[in-house]
Design a protein around this ligand. Sequence first.
Ligand SMILES: Nc1ncnc2c1ncn2[C@@H]1O[C@H](COP(=O)(O)OP(=O)(O)OP(=O)(O)O)[C@@H](O)[C@H]1O
Ligand SMILES: [Mg+2]
Length: 546
Amino acid sequence: MNKGMQTQSVGPEPTPPRSRDKDVLAPLAGARMSYAGSPPFMREEKGMRIRWWQSIRWRLALESMLVVLSAITLLALTAILSFAYYYGVDQSDRLNMIATDSAQQIGMNYTLSNNLHDAAVASLPAILVKSQRTQNQGYLVIVLNRFNQRVYSNTLLQRGTFAGLPRGALGKIRIDVFQAQQGIATTDDLGIGGLAALRPFEVLPIRVNGQSDGAVIGVLIMVPRSVLANNIPPFLTTTSQFVLIASLIVAVLAALAAILFSRTITRPLAKLTNAARVLASRDYSARVQTEAPGELGELARTFNEMAARLEYDVNELHRQELWRRELIMNITHDLATPLTAIAGLGESLVDGVNQSREDYEATGHIIVRETLRLRRLVRDLHLMAKMEAGALQPQRTPVRLATLVDEVLAVLATEFERANVEPRNGIVYNLPRMPLDADMMTRVFTNLCDNALRHTPAGGTVTINAAQSAKMVRVSVTDTGEGIPEEALPRVFDRFYRVDASRQKATGGSGLGLAIVRAIIEAHRGTIWAENVPTGGARFVFTLPM
Ligand SMILES: Nc1ncnc2c1ncn2[C@@H]1O[C@H](COP(=O)(O)OP(=O)(O)OP(=O)(O)O)[C@@H](O)[C@H]1O
Ligand SMILES: [Mg+2]
């Protein structure tokens, strides 16, 4: 289905138009375009309808039901077969016992009455009633005399009595009768195949007085009634029914359990799918709430992690894009202001409006000042860009901080003098040399002193101090100016940030100075922060590792 999706999206949509889109998510512009133009993955959703038998839930349920059913069937069959087997063995043992008993009894009674029929009538019913009671199994009994004439049978023998017997069974009995007349007892079965054991019969010689060496006076044939009817013995029918009913109950319970159990797997999956759908609709706050244990819980947690990361990344992109826009606006504005001034003044020079030499000089001064400002701005921007690209690595040499600060103050001396602010270098000369990039550190002190100077009224001081601890040096630049509003303290290091934007002309530059300072300090693996001095004034503190 993925293939279909791709060919569809490629087909109707050639190259997406170049990004005129001023959207926040510029890096995602390509993806968004195809989304807005022809939403291939939205269309796909309809084709993805899952049929019920394809769903994991039903497949799981059906598969486990199948397994349970096969197991139950196997178990039931085994149970029934083993019942049948042991019942068969037991049944022929009993038959043998009763038949032997009966033959003996008849033999004994015969000596009393000398009539085989009377002897059979006298002995058989009592024995048979007893067996019927204990085994719930009736027997057909036939007594033949020496001449194979039937003298007794406990059942009305008519057509169809032997219809249930398998073919050849009567022939088999006939042979056994012949044998019995010779005095040989037979225990045999009439069945065919697997059911043979369930179809026993006995043909026994009846001897005078029941003695094993007495003369044969007749033959006793005994067959269980279930054999005649060719049906399954009552005991087995009952037990089989029990087994089948139990199996059915177990199967139904197993099916219910399978359906319920499969839900515990598919419910978290459904939740995940929903969350993924919400995520796909670009709502990155989508999360899965589930207490599912095991792999599904893990999947849900991973999904949430992924969503959180995605949300963060998208927000970050958003923020960066806003920042980039603001940056460009600030840069163009800061470039445009001096350029406009220079252009205007240049034009007035060309027009010759200013005649006097003083006017020319004044105009020239302003042009030079604005040009220098421009140059500084461009340099700052360049430096910023380099720092951001990580291209600016400190070239470390052993630097004596006290000397470096002296040099910076010397360069700024005229400006301090003009502002009537006193610079104080409080760094002791014997502070050990530190591995620093001298140019960058000069830049740091220049920027900080320049700021301090600009915000300190006449008669104030700007003091630079350094204190050494075990692993680092802590440097501070303190002035006696107006200080920095509390809410602006954490923001002064942001690019283009100025506490009072409107005062730019009078006291500020473009707002890049402190951003550069922080970047340099961080490149030296130090940290910097701003604070206000309780007695009035601002203090910039930074640490540098030794
Ligand atoms: N010593 C100070 N006292 C009071 N406010 C200060 C001080 N130093 C900085 N600030 C405030 O922090 C802002 C940011 O300083 P930053 O050096 O980054 O910019 P800037 O001096 O205005 O411009 P740039 O340094 O690029 O010429 C300043 O505009 C000013 O409002
Ligand atoms: Mg500055």
